[in-house]
Design a protein. Structure first.
Lengths: 257, 294
């Protein structure tokens, strides 16, 4: 269980550009939930993910995972239990290293990076098996650098790599936004399969309302650093894209645009 | 002619070790590390002092290697812990090392009369007189090959993978739950260890330590790396370390040619600078900060 309690976050504090993003922000995510997060630009979606991952500091409040306070834990230590896929497909892989080397790196997450051989030869077949699942033919290209793959192929690899070792949370930061519609569909289906297979607690930020409605068992809509809509389980199942669009319009009218 | 050729090969091999160190920071870590200009003479200063104190010349290789690693760690700590920009961290350490090197050895220390890895009693006994002209070259070749293999093997370990990853895409290193700062420090330690080792061998070959030997070391290293990696860009079966060693020899050959063409040895730095510029322009490597992760 992940709990964000009374989070306060200001940008540029003490300057004329001071901006309060979160004031008393609270969110609880239960184990096994697949939460889709939607909201306009600047609503705080990505900032929320960054706060959970420790990429940006908070001014007040606490973050707890299964009762353990991780508010002051450095980003890299939190990553042991988190897998994150970014919007930019280049962020999840090493471009000059080969597919095999990338898979080996991901496979060693949580282990010690010592002077043993970087690639465990006994694991190569299992990497091939995992890659075959993608149906992209990557299993036959183990020795080519990841930098020469397409964005979609790299994002598929990034997703595999992020979920290769046991993790508690999967964080998806608009991970289909930079892909063409067909590839995005493919990555989304793959995401759903991986999440179900590994029973991962997942937080997915997306601008694609259809994905937000179709996937996951909870939907959150954010606006100006607050949650304006939060539907789970059966309530979520009944929600339609039109409902979210209506909510969007409602908010826009309130803001006067 | 043969003596010139042997001289070029010797110089090239000595600086090849430095170039391998620069390869680690410049190509793998993507860190413009100027501390090299201080760690190269650091290796020399330590060696000169140790040899005068009667320490076994072979042992000085190891000690200067470790001293270089230590200096690299300092650069890394300044960059990672005190959050000073990469270029400035190197400049700070380079500047500090100038004085430290003077403290260690003084401005000029001759060690002609002492034993070195190239001239010592056990070697005198086993090496026949006819082989003498090739002795230094042979010893250098052995050391360079050993260091090349060590570096190649290291880059294939888990730790080596992480080092390559941090220069490639440091976000991934964080995602792997590893402290990217610590990985950078390890890389800087390895790089500067190689550089100091190169300085150690340089001094033993030259027979004296001189405080200004390090000036421009980084340029020689960079030139070697860029020449080597560009020549063998298309030949993927040639390891980068091999390419860098060849690059170093080619670079020294160019300098020898310039001097043979009538330029004085005092023009050395000018030759170095012009040559480096030419190499940068030809290789198209001058816009180095290419799109990150592209």
């Amino acid at each position: 269980m992940l709990e964000l309690e009374r989070i306060h976050k200001y940008y540029n504090p003490g300057t004329v550009n001071e901006m309060c993003l979160f004031e008393d922000f609270n969110l609880t995510i239960r184990d096994g939930e697949f939460v889709s997060v939607v909201g306009s630009n600047g609503s705080g979606k990505t900032s929320m993910l960054n706060i959970i991952c420790g990429s940006i500091p908070i001014d007040r409040g606490s973050i707890t995972v299964n009762g353990e306070d991780i508010t002051n834990m450095p980003e890299y230590k939190r990553q042991r239990r988190i897998g994150r896929v970014y919007q930019n497909p280049a962020m999840g892989t090493c471009p000059t290293m080969t597919i095999l080397e990338n898979m080996s790196l991901a496979d060693n997450k949580g282990g010690s990076f010592n002077l043993l051989p970087g690639t465990d030869k006994k694991r190569i077949d299992s990497y091939r098996e995992t890659l075959r699942m993608l149906n992209l033919g990557l299993e036959d290209k183990l020795d080519i650098p990841v930098g020469s793959l397409s964005g979609g192929q790299r994002q598929a690899m990034a997703l595999l790599m992020a979920t290769m070792t046991p993790i508690e949370f999967l964080i998806l930061d608009e991970h289909t936004a930079a892909l063409d519609p067909k590839t995005a569909e493919l990555i989304m289906e793959l995401t759903d399969r991986v999440v179900k297979e590994k029973k991962l607690t997942t937080i997915m930020v997306t601008h694609n309302l259809r994905y937000a409605v179709e996937y996951g068992d909870r939907l959150i809509m954010m606006h100006q650093g607050g949650i304006v809509l939060d539907k789970a389980k059966t309530e979520k199942e009944r929600i339609r894209i039109e409902d979210i669009l209506d909510k969007f319009n409602e908010i826009s009218i309130e803001c006067g645009n | 002619m043969l003596t010139i050729l042997i001289g070029v090969l010797e110089q090239g091999l000595i600086y090849a070790i430095l170039a391998m160190g620069v390869y680690v920071t410049y190509k793998i870590l993507d860190f413009p590390d100027l501390s090299v200009d201080g760690t190269f003479p650091l290796g020399g200063a330590v060696t000169a002092q140790l040899i005068i104190a009667g320490v076994n010349p072979v042992l000085t290789l190891l000690i200067s290697f470790l001293c270089g690693a230590l200096a690299g760690i300092v650069t890394g700590l300044i960059h990672v812990k005190l959050k000073v920009r990469d270029l400035l961290s190197g400049i700070i350490v380079m500047t500090a090392l100038w004085s430290i090197n003077l403290r260690i050895a003084g401005a000029n220390v001759p060690i002609f009369s002492k034993e070195s890895i190239f001239e010592n009693k056990p070697l005198d006994r086993i090496v026949p007189a006819g082989f003498r002209p090739y002795l230094v070259l042979t010893i250098l070749l052995i050391i360079v090959i050993i260091m090349k293999i060590v570096l190649d093997l290291y880059l294939k370990t888990k730790s080596g993978y992480l080092l390559r990853a941090v220069g490639d895409n440091d976000t991934l290193v964080t995602s792997l739950a590893k402290d990217k700062g610590a990985v950078k420090i390890v890389g800087l330690a390895i790089a500067n260890a190689f550089v100091a080792l190169s300085g150690c061998i340089y001094v033993q070959d030259a027979g004296f330590f001189e405080i200004s030997t390090g000036t421009g070391a980084i340029v020689i290293g960079l030139a070697s790396v860029i020449i080597g990696t560009n020549i063998f860009k298309k030949l993927t079966f040639v390891k980068a370390t091999t390419a860098v060693i060849v690059g170093s020899i080619i670079y020294k050959a160019c300098v020898a040619l310039a001097i043979a063409a009538g330029l004085a040895t005092t023009d050395m730095k000018l030759i170095t600078a012009v040559l480096f510029l030419v190499i940068l322009v030809i290789s198209g490597d001058r816009k180095r900060r290419v799109k990150k992760n592209a």
